[in-house]
Structures are given as structure tokens and as C-alpha cells.
Design a binder for this molecule. Structure first.
Ligand SMILES: [Zn+2]
Length: 218
């Protein structure tokens, strides 16, 4: 049974880890073609890849590979594909807030998917806010067969047979093994933002900074 929070590259050094074992990045940007291949990468890709896919995919090794291969779960992959395809089709930028916490920090990110020439897109992930949790969460690892789920957009957790609970409320009860997915609430926000993009209207709910199942949306 594995209990490492991240896979370590050969040679033993666990890159992209803070001293408390968490992962961090402040900004990452990349260019995708219509096949979702990574044509260009900037910023802290290594940390980004680790926090999203839980695998050590260093930037110089992932160039020209598909972004979709570095996303751990099918639901996040499906949504990512839909967002990129909609941006290319509509030639309009898509923006959404999401959370990418570490066990010790609540972190809010802003993602922009910008159309470029030749049906390419520029994707930018920006750290907007970071706060320490009152009590650190347990370190978690994506485990496809885990019964507890974790949303990749708001980082809420659904323990098996229960409702979604925000990571903030879980504290030490945060499960160590979670299957990444996207919760119904975040799915709805993404759908709404995509519908607004297709209608060339301003989205109403997707940019609420730190949304989650319990977050108020006005
Ligand atoms: Zn969610």
C-alpha cells in the first residue's frame, strides 16, 4: 500500500514539495493545440502537474504530450476538453475560479482560457488568495478506487454515503485517499459559464472566488 503523497522521480528528490509536504504553485501557463498537446509551458508546471495529476510530469518531459494525459480523473478531463473546445469554437476567453488547496493552505486560483491563432489556446492559472487553515488537513492522495471523492474545482470532499463537505470543515477528518472528480455544484457553475460564453453573455456565478457546495452565490 502506498502512503506517499506524491510519486518521486528516480533519484529520490521529491520536487515541488514544501517542507510540510504540501504542493504549491503561483502561476502556470501553457499553450495547447487542437489535440490538447502542450506546445509551450511557463511558470511552475511541475507543482501544477503534481497537484492535479499526482504524478511527476516535469515540463521538459511533457512538451508535445496531451494535457488530458496529465489529468487524473475522467470528469475533470471531460470538463477541460469541453472548455477548450468551446473557447476555440467561440473565439472568446473563458474564466473561472477554482480551489487548489495544500493540506495547510486554502488557495484560490483563477483560470483563463484564451483563444489564440490557429485554433490554439493559452491557459493561465493564477494564484489569487492563500490562507492558512486553522488546523492542517490530512495529506491526501488521488486513488481511483477510493470510496471518498474530492472535487478538483472546489476541493470539497464527499465521504462515502454522505453529502459534500468543504475541506475547511473537514480538518483532521479529511480522508487520506480520495478519488478526484467534479461535484455537481461545480459542474453546474462550469455549465453556466460555458452557456454564457456560447451566448456571448457575462457569466453570473462562476467567478465567486472560492466557491464550494456551501458557498453563498449572489
Ligand atoms: Zn466542487
Amino acid at each position: 500500500m502506498r502512503d506517499k503523497t506524491v510519486q518521486r522521480p528516480k533519484g529520490g528528490r521529491a520536487f515541488a514539495q514544501n517542507s510540510d509536504g504540501s504542493l504549491k504553485f503561483q502561476q502556470v501557463y501553457f499553450v495547447l493545440d487542437t489535440e490538447f498537446r502542450l506546445l509551450w509551458i511557463g511558470g511552475e508546471w511541475d507543482e501544477f502537474a503534481l497537484s492535479n495529476a499526482g504524478e511527476a510530469a516535469r515540463s521538459n518531459e511533457v512538451l508535445a504530450t496531451s494535457l488530458l494525459d496529465h489529468i487524473a480523473d475522467e470528469e475533470t478531463r471531460r470538463i477541460t476538453r469541453t472548455i477548450v473546445e468551446t473557447v476555440v469554437e467561440m473565439q472568446e476567453a473563458f474564466r473561472i475560479d477554482y480551489r487548489c488547496d495544500s493540506p495547510s493552505m486554502l488557495r484560490r486560483f483563477h483560470m483563463t482560457v484564451q483563444p489564440m491563432k490557429d485554433s490554439r489556446v493559452l491557459v493561465v492559472h493564477d494564484l489569487r488568495d492563500a490562507q492558512s487553515f486553522p488546523a492542517p488537513l490530512k495529506v491526501w492522495v488521488h486513488t481511483p478506487e477510493a470510496e471518498d471523492q474530492k472535487c478538483t474545482f472546489c476541493h470539497a470532499v464527499r465521504p462515502a454515503g454522505q453529502e459534500w463537505i468543504t475541506a475547511d470543515d473537514l480538518g483532521e477528518a479529511h480522508p487520506a485517499r480520495v478519488a478526484f472528480t467534479v461535484c455537481a455544484s461545480c459542474n453546474g457553475l462550469v455549465e453556466e459559464a460555458l452557456a454564457a460564453l456560447r451566448a456571448r453573455k457575462k457569466p453570473t456565478g462562476a467567478l465567486t472566488a472560492g466557491f464550494g457546495p456551501k458557498a453563498e452565490r449572489s
